[in-house]
Design a protein around this ligand. Structure first.
Ligand code: ZN
Length: 309
């Protein structure tokens, strides 16, 4: 009896394997790889928090090098000491993304639900008035979040939120509301006061990671975050900022993006509608999407259906 069961099981698995080999259904297992816009495999996000006056110099430098940024602002702080004025927000950040950082910069994990909602919605509302477009993302003050905060901001029109839990790798976010960046600009330099040995180690590691990214051959997102005010004062780092910008600017292999544009692109990719056998695909979005299938790159034009063979 045992032998018979074994024989039946064996012949069933052989037949299944044969059916898979003969049937077009087998190609549903074909891996489909997302590429960034223009078929690029590397993307760069530069993201800065707080909206202090030093953003003027930072944005000027970024514009000079043709770089795009996402700037997370505290609307109730604007117009106070060391912060930008409300009047300059729209013109200063033209071509960049203005995003939320809560109205007053409290640690959200210790607030009540209504206060979290107020901080996020009030910030969105005021920044939208200043920029004249919907503000759809944020970064958490102090990078702090938890399940309560995430659940509370869900449904408030926030499509992504960044923490400060650096990954030191180039992976894409697995959860838009728990988005971990790659690295703080210049690593943890100046985290320990007057420790020059630590600073030089951190700086070296930061540039090594930048070089690794520029050499990467697989899909890679380099997400660098920081604060413009960190480059002021006695340890003036503007020269270092410019050195980094020179390293990463005007590179035809890179897709330079704001955070929300990348969210929109990933969503467009996730919403592609494939046929069962993966030989056809419909792109319902208004964004051209690029995919790689069996080593071949396809452009799925916005609003079109494409044959993939
Ligand atoms: Zn902050």
């Amino acid at each position: 009896m045992k032998k018979l069961i074994f024989f039946l099981a064996l012949s069933f698995s052989i037949n299944c394997a044969k059916a898979q080999a003969d049937s077009p259904v087998a190609i549903t297992g074909t891996p489909i790889e997302m590429l960034f816009p223009q078929g690029k495999s590397k993307a760069l996000i530069l993201s800065f928090d707080d909206g202090r006056v030093a953003d003027r110099q930072l944005v000027h430098l970024m514009n000079e090098y043709g770089l795009t940024g996402t700037f997370h602002l505290n609307s109730n702080k604007l117009g106070t000491k060391d912060y930008l004025t409300k009047e300059e927000i729209k013109s200063l950040y033209k071509g960049h993304e203005v995003s939320g950082h809560t109205a007053n910069h409290p640690g959200l994990t210790s607030l009540s639900k209504i206060d979290v909602i107020y901080e996020v919605v009030e910030d969105r509302k005021e920044l939208e008035r200043l920029t004249a477009y919907p503000v759809r993302g944020m970064s958490y003050p102090f990078g702090n979040t938890n399940d309560f905060v995430i659940e509370t901001i869900t449904g408030l029109g926030i499509e992504y939120a960044r923490t400060v839990g650096d990954t030191y790798n180039f992976s894409l976010p697995t959860h838009f509301l728990k988005w971990q960046p790659t690295i703080h600009l210049f690593g943890k330099t100046n985290y320990i006061p007057n420790d020059t040995a630590n600073d030089s180690r951190e700086l070296k590691a930061f540039y090594q990671l930048t070089t690794d990214f520029l050499k990467a051959k697989t899909l890679a997102l380099f997400y660098v975050w920081g604060h413009s005010w960190e480059y002021e004062g006695p340890g003036n780092k503007w020269g270092e900022v410019e050195k980094f910008f020179k390293m990463i600017s005007h590179n035809p292999e890179l897709y330079y993006t704001t955070q929300i544009s990348l969210v929109d692109y990933i969503n467009a990719y996730k919403n592609l509608k494939f046929s069962v056998d993966k030989t056809m695909v419909t792109n319902l979005s208004s964004i051209n999407v690029f995919v790689k299938i069996n080593g071949k790159v396809f452009t799925i034009e916005a609003g079109s259906t494409k044959q993939l063979n």
